[in-house]
Design a protein around this ligand. Structure first.
Ligand code: CAA
Length: 427
C-alpha cells in the first residue's frame, strides 16, 4: 500500500507540561527499606514528578494546551475538536475536556470529549483527531489532543517507584510539519485482562505486575508482526523506536524482544542507544505519565534530535492495560527543528524543585483529603507560573482559580468572573 498522501495529516506541534515537583527514586527506596539499585538499575527509574495538592489532570492538561497555543502562536478559534486522553479523570461524567474547553476559551462549535482506555487513550484520541482532520480542512480544521495523567500507587508497593506525572498537548492538522502519520493498515491488539486497573473508589492503581509485563510483551509481538506484514516494512526501515514506558527498563525489555528476532549484526545495547535512548531521557526524569508516556518519548526525541532527523521513520508502540495496544509509524517532518526549543521539556526540568520524602507524604495526604471531601478547601499554591490551580470542592463542584492568562480570546474576562466566583465560595 502506498504511503503517499496529499494531506499529510498528523502532528503540527507538540508541547509538554513538566510538573514543578520531583522526588529522587533513591529517596523513596530509602524510606521503603529497598536496595536503591532495584529502582535505579532494575527498573531504570531515576526521578518522578509529584503532583502538589493544587494540581490534577485538569490543571496539567490546561497548562500543556496553553503552552502549546502560546509557543506556536496558534489561534484557539481554529480548533474544531478537542479530545483529552486520561485515566486520572476528576469526575465520573464530566470530561476533563469540558473544563479545558472553558479554561482555554475555545469556540462553542468545538466538539469536546475524553477518551479512556488506560494508557492507550491518547492514541485513540490521536487516531480520532487525525481522521477528523482529513474531513475538516476549513477555518476550524485543527484538532487539539491532550494526554494528561498522574500515576499513583500505594505507598511501599512495587509500583510506587514507577509513579510520575505530566501532560502532553498536540496540535493535529493537515499540515503535519512536525510528525506525519503513515497510513498503513492498522495493527491493533485487544484482550480483556486484569493486569492494571483503578476502581472508582480508589486514588491508586491496582496491579498484577507479572501479568501486566506478559500482556504488554504479547501485545507488542502481535502488533509488530501484523504491522510488518501489512506495511512490508523491515527492521532496517526504522531509525527510531518509541514505546509506552511504564518504567524505563520496560523499553529495554520491549526492544530486546524485537531485536532478538529481527535485529541485524549490531549489538542490542548499541542498537538501543541509537534507536530508543534519544526518546527515553524525559521518562527517567518524569516517571510514568500513563496516557502521555509514548508522546513524551516522541516530544523528547524531537527535542533531542530536531531537524537533523528530518524524514526519519519512527515506530511507535502504544499500550493500555485492560488491554488495547497499537503499533504505527510516523515520519519526522521537515520543520521539526523549529520546534526544538519550544517543546518545553528541558526548560521545564531546569525550573522544577526537588521535594523530600516528608513533603511527598504531606502532598499525598492533603490531596486525598481534598479529593474525598465535598467541602471546599484552599489549595496549596502550586507552580507559581501556572495558569490554573485546583482549590477544592464546594457543593460537589470543583473550583479552579486562574493565576495567569489562558489562551482564549475572551479569557481575561472569563478568568476574572471565575475567580470572583471562587473567591465568593472560599469566603
Ligand atoms: N539491584 C538491581 N536489580 C534488582 C535488584 C537489586 N537489588 N532487585 C531486583 N532487581 C531487578 C530484578 O531482577 C528485576 O529485573 P528483571 O525484570 O530484568 O528481571 C527488576 O529489578 C524488578 O524486580 P522485580 O521483578 O522483583 O520487581 P517487582 O515485581 O517488585 O515490581 C513491577 C516490578 C511489577 C513492574 C512493579 O514495578 C509494578 O507493579 N509496576 C506497575 C505496573 C507496570 O508498570 N507494569 C508494566 C506493564 S503494564 C503498563 O505498561 C501500563 C502502565 O503504564 C502501568
Amino acid at each position: 500500500m502506498s504511503n503517499e498522501d496529499d494531506h499529510p495529516a498528523g502532528i503540527e506541534a507538540i508541547s509538554v507540561y513538566v510538573p514543578q515537583n520531583f522526588i529522587e527514586a533513591t529517596e523513596v527506596a530509602a524510606a521503603n527499606g529497598t536496595d536503591p539499585e532495584k529502582y535505579t538499575r532494575g527498573l531504570g527509574c531515576r526521578r518522578m514528578a509529584i503532583a502538589s495538592p493544587g494540581e490534577d489532570a485538569v490543571t496539567y492538561g490546561c497548562e500543556a494546551a496553553r503552552l502549546l497555543l502560546e509557543r506556536y502562536q496558534s489561534d484557539a478559534s481554529a480548533i474544531g475538536l478537542l479530545v483529552v486522553g486520561t485515566e486520572s479523570g476528576v469526575d465520573g461524567s464530566k470530561p476533563v475536556a469540558a473544563y479545558l474547553h472553558g479554561m482555554l476559551g475555545l469556540d462553542c462549535r468545538c466538539r469536546v470529549f475524553d477518551t479512556k482506555h488506560a494508557c492507550y487513550s491518547a492514541t485513540a484520541a490521536l487516531r480520532i483527531a487525525t481522521d477528523w482532520c482529513r474531513g475538516h480542512d476549513g477555518r476550524r480544521g485543527k484538532a487539539l489532543v491532550v494526554a494528561t495523567d498522574i500515576a499513583r500507587y500505594d505507598l511501599g508497593s512495587p509500583g510506587e517507584p514507577t509513579q510520575g506525572a505530566a501532560a502532553v498537548a498536540m496540535l493535529v492538522g493537515n499540515d503535519a510539519a512536525c510528525m506525519q502519520l503513515e497510513h498503513f493498515p492498522e495493527a491493533v491488539y485487544a484482550q480483556e485482562v486484569m493486569d492494571f486497573w483503578r476502581p472508582n473508589y480508589r486514588h491508586t492503581a491496582v496491579v498484577d505486575g507479572k501479568v501486566s509485563l506478559r500482556t504488554y510483551l504479547t501485545a507488542l509481538e502481535n502488533t509488530w508482526d501484523e504491522y510488518q506484514r501489512s506495511s512490508g516494512l523491515q527492521w532496517h526501515d526504522y531509525e527510531y523506536l518509541l514505546f509506552h514506558v511504564p518504567f524505563p527498563r520496560m523499553a529495554w525489555k520491549a526492544f530486546r524482544l524485537l531485536h532478538e528476532r529481527y535485529g541485524n549484526g549490531e549489538s542490542p545495547e548499541d542498537a538501543f542507544s541509537r534507536m530508543v535512548e534519544p526518546g527515553l531521557w524525559a521518562c527517567r526524569e518524569l516517571g510514568n505519565c500513563y496516557s502521555g508516556s509514548l508522546y513524551l518519548c516522541l516530544a523528547a526525541l524531537l527535542e533531542r534530535v530536531g531537524q537533523r532527523a528530518t524524514g526519519a521513520r519512527v515506530g511507535l508502540f502504544s499500550y493500555g492495560s485492560g488491554c488495547c495496544a497499537e503499533f504505527f509509524t510516523a515520519r519526522i517532518g521537515s520543520s521539526s527543528g523549529i520546534w526544538h526549543d519550544r517543546i518545553g521539556i528541558g526548560n521545564g526540568l531546569r525550573r522544577r524543585r526537588q521535594i523530600d520524602y516528608s513533603t511527598y507524604l504531606e502532598f499525598r495526604q492533603i490531596t486525598e483529603r481534598m479529593e474525598g471531601n465535598h467541602e471546599c478547601q484552599a489549595g496549596l499554591a502550586s507552580d507559581a507560573d501556572a495558569a490554573v490551580t485546583f482549590c477544592g470542592t464546594r457543593e460537589h463542584r470543583r473550583l479552579y482559580r486562574f493565576q495567569a492568562p489562558t489562551a482564549g480570546a475572551e479569557s481575561t474576562q472569563r478568568r476574572n468572573s471565575v475567580n470572583a466566583q471562587v473567591a465568593n465560595v472560599l469566603r
